[in-house]
Design a binder for this molecule. Structure first.
Ligand SMILES: CC(C)(COP(=O)(O)OP(=O)(O)OC[C@H]1O[C@@H](n2cnc3c(N)ncnc32)[C@H](O)[C@@H]1OP(=O)(O)O)[C@@H](O)C(=O)NCCC(=O)NCCS
Length: 179
């Protein structure tokens, strides 16, 4: 377990089991999940997602940092942000924020915070994000933070009843440190 990580607008903290209800506002909302790699979840599935993540946080070595996004002055989950280790000093990035909180800069701030943690404390080398071609908000987040578009992963995920391509973006440690 890590201490909370602070950005300018948001805080990232470890999940607690009581986050199930607010997590459902994120992963149970079609406005959010239409852009994710899974369909909307029930309240029970959202609770299990949180409880499973809490269990995985105890793994040694740790396989991911899957964290709650909250506003700075509050403790309530408004979104989630995750780096999942994959390969040598590499990780896959994912995030989602409750629709009521979109367009306020919260996600960009939270992702900047987890990238600082990943590159500067964990000393990772490469972080990737696979984003739906129509997901302009998410592509704006990674572009603003310096990611480079690598190409298209064809039929990368099966979601909402059909196969969907992803656009792959990456950021390397030396690029982050040079920013
Ligand atoms: C993608 C998502 C996390 C962005 O969250 P957010 O908190 O609104 O993001 P921010 O407020 O930090 O805005 C980030 C950028 O996206 C832009 N943006 C936000 N919503 C947008 C939209 N609907 N269309 C186009 N751009 C949009 C913002 O203007 C901002 O761009 P800028 O930095 O150039 O000003 C949120 O829309 C979301 O949860 N979507 C569903 C889940 C998802 O797509 N997750 C990522 C999967 S790869």
């Amino acid at each position: 377990m890590i201490d909370p990580l602070y950005g300018e607008l948001t805080k990232l903290r470890e999940f607690r089991s009581s986050d199930g209800g607010t997590a459902f506002k994120v992963v149970g909302d079609d406005r959010v999940t239409t852009y994710l790699s899974f369909d909307s979840r029930t309240p029970e599935m959202a609770q299990k997602m949180i409880d499973d993540a809490i269990d995985r946080a105890d793994a040694v070595p740790r396989t991911e940092y899957y964290l709650a996004i909250t506003r700075l002055d509050e403790d309530e989950l408004i979104g989630t942000c995750r780096i999942a280790f994959s390969g040598v000093k590499a990780a896959k990035l994912g995030y989602a924020t409750a629709a009521d909180h979109w367009k306020r800069g919260y996600t960009t701030d939270a992702v900047r915070t987890i990238l600082t943690f990943a590159f500067e404390r964990l000393e990772l080398h490469r972080i990737t994000a696979a984003i739906g071609p129509d997901n302009h908000a998410s592509q704006a987040v990674v572009k603003r933070l310096g990611f480079t578009r690598e190409g298209v992963l064809r039929d990368h995920v099966f979601t909402n009843g059909s196969w969907r391509d992803s656009v792959l973006y990456s950021l390397l440690r030396n690029e982050w440190l040079a920013n």
